[in-house]
Design a protein around this ligand. Structure first.
Ligand SMILES: NC(=O)c1ccc[n+]([C@@H]2O[C@H](COP(=O)([O-])OP(=O)(O)OC[C@H]3O[C@@H](n4cnc5c(N)ncnc54)[C@H](O)[C@@H]3O)[C@@H](O)[C@H]2O)c1
Length: 347
């Protein structure tokens, strides 16, 4: 199991991928890697034997029940797509085996776990990419570039209305604190937090949040209303819901700045209005998992950090945990940055 860190740049082609967790996300990742000529899905680890066998047959992979057995085989990278509380153990084992990681969000459920994971990755010299797949949507990229070009001037206020599926549409463990570490914030909200960070190219400094559990028989929140204040002064209102009876509407982000504003309707449209005119772009089906896989493979081959790092995972987790803290204290809470050293790690 204790193989040395792989020699770099990665010169194995195709890159041998193992999938940990053959569920909703694991399947999307496997499809994306299997479609590439420079990657191959060689192994899957899945506790449910029927699901694991079907998955292995479909992708021509070998099925393992225990991911540690899979890590003892010759694979170059794993996709970790299991319940959140298991992320720590999978990452520690994979790093010890010298295997690169594409890890689903959130990075972890606690800061202790997050630090242990990033430390292990750093020491092992493996790459870790966080699965913030929505960065790979073309409309999100277009919005980011409008902001970077200064078309909005100084961003001042934002509104993000995000929805996850509730219990009827998502696995049961998502609504169990011990497995998921939280509810709608941990499953879907970390995407919204990351997207705001990425769009504004800024870090959340302080949050104020209220939580509700109103529609799912769960021990975690299925609704959150929050205000996020960024270090650069912009503020965002976050409204996230995961009703048990199904979703209403889509994921919409509005950002207003001194010179212009945009409305991002995820998967559908980007609208801009500013002092220099107005425009609306429309979008069809995207290839976000394929583009994410392409970036992961490119980072391994080019021996560079992927565009989405463990540090991005840590920053998102810090904000999520600050939201929970604020809901508990009833006060605004600063975002805990006790770990700023990781910013330099870039892995
Ligand atoms: N980026 C996205 O769009 C997106 C979408 C859905 C889920 N996710 C994330 O992906 C991860 C998995 O979520 P999901 O919705 O696919 O869950 P899921 O329940 O559909 O799949 C998880 C799978 O892991 C298996 N599993 C559990 N413990 C295991 C273990 N020790 N070893 C091997 N397999 C094990 C389960 O049997 C299940 O098949 C989570 O981190 C979640 O937040 C991301």
């Amino acid at each position: 199991m204790n193989r040395p860190a792989p020699s770099r740049p990665m010169n194995v082609s195709p890159v041998r991928i193992g999938i940990v967790g053959a569920g909703i996300a694991g399947e999307r990742h496997a499809e994306a890697f299997a479609a590439r000529a420079d990657a191959t899905v060689t192994a899957v680890s899945e506790l449910d034997p029927d699901r694991g066998h079907a998955f292995a047959r479909r992708f021509g992979a070998v099925h393992y029940v225990d991911y540690r057995d899979m890590l003892a085989e010759p694979i170059d990278a794993v996709v970790v797509a299991v319940p959140h509380a298991l992320h720590r153990a999978c990452v520690l084992e994979a790093a010890a085996a010298g295997v690169h990681l594409l890890l689903e969000k959130p990075l972890a459920t606690t800061l202790d776990d997050a630090h242990a994971m990033l430390g292990a990755v750093e020491r092992a010299g493996v790459r870790l990419m966080l699965g913030y797949v929505h960065r790979f949507r073309p409309e999100t990229e277009a919005a980011r570039s409008l902001i970077a070009q200064g078309r909005l001037g100084r961003p001042a206020t934002a509104l993000d209305r995000f929805m996850s599926g509730g219990m009827a549409e998502t696995p049961r463990w998502v609504w169990n604190r011990a497995d998921a570490g939280g509810g709608v914030i941990m499953y879907g909200g970390v995407h919204a937090i990351d997207r705001l960070r990425w769009l504004l190219d800024d870090e959340v400094a302080e949050v104020y949040a209220r939580l509700a559990t109103y529609s799912n028989p769960a021990d975690v929140e299925d609704g959150v209303s929050a205000v996020l204040t960024f270090a650069g002064g912009a503020m965002a209102v976050l409204s996230e819901n995961a009703p048990g009876y199904g979703r209403l509407g889509g994921w919409v982000t509005e950002i207003f700045g001194s010179e212009g504003a945009l409305t991002l309707t995820t998967g559908t449209a980007l609208e801009y209005r500013g002092r220099d005119g107005a425009h609306r772009w429309t979008y069809g089906p995207d290839h976000r998992f394929e583009r994410q896989a392409a970036e992961f493979i490119a980072a391994l081959k080019e021996d560079r950090p992927p565009s989405v790092t463990g540090d991005d995972g840590l920053r998102g987790l810090e904000v999520a945990l600050a939201l929970y803290r604020s809901a508990a204290t009833g006060r605004p809470e600063r975002v805990d940055r006790g770990s700023a050293g990781w910013h330099e790690a870039g892995r």
